[in-house]
Ligand binder design. Structure first.
Ligand code: WTA
Length: 649
């Protein structure tokens, strides 16, 4: 029996969102399954501002996905920024839209909906001057400044497609993304600030663009005033271009299914994929889930401390909250700067009602000791969210009890870049929680578990998690490669979307995500492909061959374990490990670091030459006794060497 945490009184009372209680949850779930088109059309009409209201709901199915993308609200015409900005001007013009907390606790900016609207219009005009048109791609390589959100919205205002690249990615990774989507304009800033340090965003952009011809203009926001190189004719200062532009701009009407953005994410093979989200369905999904799951109330201060470089920042800092007319906090710093009390200090100063963070931060803060939490007044908190990886019950309980003092709902939201928004999650006022469980699917979400023989599991059980039915927020395709989209998500189980996650369903029908079952590793909530690490390591001169797997890490969730076979004549050393990590950093980014290296005489391979990752995972997980059958290996003796030389933290 696992613990059950009922909905706290202060969350139950006064709930005003679309799912205020369990009965409504059940009723909406039944309606959304029975008539998805009708259900989501109704939501789309009330949630979004339209130029032409849609009459069509869902078109297409998972069974004919290879024919072309799914479509929702296909005959609707809109511009998402009118739902996020213009529509609020009469009722909420003077309400704070973006509350920015800079790297230093005393750096605060408050931008009202009226001001945000004006800034987005100015920026749209400036981008138009730089030649950005509907359907073109713009890369954003920025830190957590309001201008990042403004730039996203300005692109959307023009019907252009933004692709935000997380500010930790390296020049090479940035260049790959610029090329893949064919961007002509890059928006960056002189430097970012994080944890008291500067991040050289413009310098990395310059390196990424060296020798590239496609990018014509680089718009540079001045954040720190630090010294940067300048390319005449290409580089343009934000304050000059945007500052001089007009604050009125007619939003460009686009189709509901026009792409809104591309976001690159790691998969189990090859280079990162450009996941494409479209305008209307994505906004309906993020707005509905943001309001329902967090039980958003009009006066709330809502704080999601993710980075706009990841999907959580797109959906739950920018699009969902702004569509809902919320006050959304943007946080430039880290949970540990200047010390482990930073979040709770912010909660007290801004009277935050809803806080959304990641298990890795929760574990790190719990380890820092309760004194950092108790020092501050957290009485404003009502809902605590978590996302990005499975949360262990101890961390969950610490969050609920120590941070939330038992008064707050904890929502463990399971979703993915590809799903656009929450899928399996407690709805704060409606669903009793169990620590470590993402609980129940949202209305319109149909999870299914498949066993090792690909059969559907009914009732309690554990298997691979798939989704049965299209939902409005789902990614439509992979940029420029629909076949890759089809094979990645629908190849293994035709007719079903495969999530890549393992999952258990208990007697109450609650879902427990067990983690990725493919070759994606999730380090501190950062999703990375083992293939990306392997490509980087293989490019190191001394390395003959490498295989990378994840292993359980007490704070980061997963750590990175690399098995390397060296070229003849070389042996492992601290210097070589440092060199290998330097290469990972250069090719992937600052967040890509191998935690444990093991030099091995060979990799365990089948006779056909396929690396048996199962064996490598078990050894890295510290469970060599569970290796199973190794008789099919070409050379079983390498296994013994691998087991004997296993490394631990
Ligand atoms: C994992 C982040 C357990 C999962 C929004 C998924 C989770 C991957 C949870 C997607 C959760 C996310 N419980 N695991 N609440 N939330 N995950 O695309 O493995 O960066 O497939 O999207 O994170 O990561 P992504």
């Amino acid at each position: 029996m696992s613990d059950r945490f009922p909905v706290p009184d202060r969350v139950r009372h006064g709930a005003s969102g679309p799912i205020p209680d369990l009965a409504t949850h059940r009723e909406l779930s039944a309606r959304a399954i029975a008539n998805p088109s009708g259900f989501w059309l109704d939501e789309a009409k009330v949630r979004l501002a339209w130029h032409t209201e849609p009459t069509l709901g869902l078109k297409g199915s998972f069974h004919d996905i290879q024919e072309g993308p799914i479509s929702w609200f296909g005959d609707g015409v809109l511009n998402v920024t009118e739902s996020c900005l213009d529509r609020h001007l009469d009722s909420r013009g003077e309400k704070v839209a973006i509350l920015w907390e800079g790297d230093e606790p005393n750096e605060i900016r408050r931008i009202t909906y009226r001001e945000l609207h004006a800034e987005v219009c100015r920026t749209a005009n400036a981008l138009q001057e730089l030649g950005v048109k509907r359907g073109e791609r713009v890369i954003l390589y920025m830190g957590m400044v309001p201008e990042a959100a403004i730039a996203m919205l300005a692109c959307a205002r023009l019907g252009a497609i933004h692709s935000v690249v997380f500010g930790g990615f390296s020049a090479e990774a940035l260049r790959d993304r610029i090329r893949d989507c064919g961007a002509q304009v890059v928006i960056t800033q002189d430097e970012g600030r994080r944890g008291g340090r500067s991040v050289p965003l413009k310098a990395v952009t310059d390196a990424a663009l060296e020798g590239e011809r496609g990018v014509e203009k680089v718009l540079v926001f001045r954040r720190t005033g630090g010294e940067i190189d300048w390319t005449e004719g290409r580089d343009v200062w934000w304050h000059e271009a945007v500052g001089e532009a007009s604050a009125t701009h007619q939003a460009v009407p686009v189709g509901a299914e026009d792409p809104l953005f591309i976001l690159y994410t790691s998969g189990s093979t090859g280079r990162p994929k450009g996941v494409v989200h479209t305008c209307a369905g994505y906004l309906v999904w993020t707005s509905f889930t943001h309001e329902a799951v967090f039980d958003l109330r009009e006066g709330d201060v809502y704080a999601c401390v993710a980075d706009v470089g990841w999907i959580t920042g797109h959906s739950y800092i920018v699009y969902g909250p702004l569509c809902n007319g919320a006050t959304t906090l943007m946080f430039e710093s880290t949970p540990l700067y200047p010390d482990a009390g930073r979040y709770w200090d912010m909660v007290e100063r801004h009277r935050i009602n809803i806080l959304y963070t990641a298990p890795t931060a929760i574990r790190a803060l719990a380890a820092a000791g309760d004194a950092f939490v108790e020092k501050y007044d957290r009485s404003s908190l009502r809902v605590l969210g978590t996302v990005g990886e499975p949360i262990n019950p101890d961390a969950w309980k610490w969050y609920a009890r120590t941070v939330g003092e038992g008064r707050c709902a904890v929502v463990d939201t399971w979703w993915q870049t590809e799903t656009g928004g929450h899928m399996i999650t407690p709805v704060a006022p409606a669903i009793a929680a169990k620590p470590g469980s993402a609980t129940l699917p949202l209305p319109g979400v149909m999870p299914v578990l498949l066993d090792e023989r690909d059969r559907v599991i009914h009732g309690p059980g554990e298997g691979r998690l798939c989704l049965e039915m299209p939902w409005p927020g789902m990614a439509r395709t992979v940029w420029g490669d629909h076949a890759r989209y089809v094979s990645t998500y629908f190849g293994l189980f035709p007719g079903r979307y495969f999530t890549g996650d393992g999952c258990r369903r208990d007697d109450d029908g609650y879902y427990w995500i067990t983690g990725r079952v493919d070759d994606v590793i999730n380090v501190s909530g950062h999703r990375m492909g083992t293939a990306e690490f392997e490509a980087a390591l293989n490019s190191v001169e001394e390395v003959a061959e490498a295989a990378v797997v994840g292993f359980p890490h007490p704070i980061k969730g997963q750590g990175v374990y690399a098995y390397v076979v060296l070229q003849p004549g070389f042996s492992g050393s601290v210097e070589l490990e440092a060199a290998m990590n330097k290469t990972c950093r250069a090719q992937i980014g600052a967040h890509a670091k191998v935690d444990l290296f093991q030099v091995v005489p060979g990799l365990p391979k089948t006779r056909s030459g396929k690396v048996m990752r199962r064996i490598l995972r078990k050894v890295a997980e510290g469970e060599p006794e569970k290796l199973g059958d190794v008789s099919t290996l070409a050379d079983p003796s390498v296994v013994q060497a691998i087991v004997e030389g296993a490394r631990t933290l």
